[in-house]
Write a protein that binds this ligand. Sequence first.
Ligand code: GLN
Length: 247
Amino acid sequence: MHLTIGYLYGDLMNIYGDTGNTIALQRRAQWRGIEIKIKNISVGDKLKKGGVDIFFFGGGQDQTQQTVAKDMQKGKGKLIKAEIERGIPLLSICGGYQLLGDYYRPHKGPKLAGIGLFPVYTQASFERMIGNIVIEVSPHPEVGLPHQLVVGFENHSGKTFLKPEAVPFGHVIKGFGNNGEDKSEGCIYKNAIGCYMHGSLLPKNPQLADWFLQKALEVKYGTKVELKPLDDTPELKAQRTAITKFG
Ligand code: GLN
């Protein structure tokens, strides 16, 4: 079996350790004998249906987001949405997440159109939301995501608000989350997750990393896949330390 990770604008949107998420997915797949390629998909690159099995979209500063937002409106955004509709998993973090909503209004410069994948919108604020974050992810049985605590690190000034139809990814136990006001963190739609959790997120949350791999394999090969369990002692130790220290 083999998978391809589409690293959206990996050359431009990859701050606060976000590339570690693609490395974690690649290693956890390889430890199970599954080959996994990481393909950078950036400005001007063509994206074709079925070319990517897992999308990853990291964080980036406002000015980079301007360039990326423009490029996404030239066709890539539409295709990403169509791929999510057929169940392709996606993880987006902070700046990437913001551009997958309806819009991001930064302090300076024009309002950036998002692709409307997540029913959310983001306004820049004068508050910098920085620090360790711990959230409780309620079970999402429709996509086989179990109840779990998830840890990360956030650093954003954008405040993201959920529209009535939006489903939050989780509930903030410690930290700011989407906007530091309503205790929501992130958004989930089918197998796509947006959140503010840098860190990198997946190395410290192995169960979440495996969920992305599982989903990608199921969509690609059309069957339920049981991943061989790995010895996650170090990963879970890091997660538990973060929960105890910051939770
Ligand atoms: N520029 C956005 C903000 O400050 C995103 C930053 C990021 O990706 N960490 O909210």
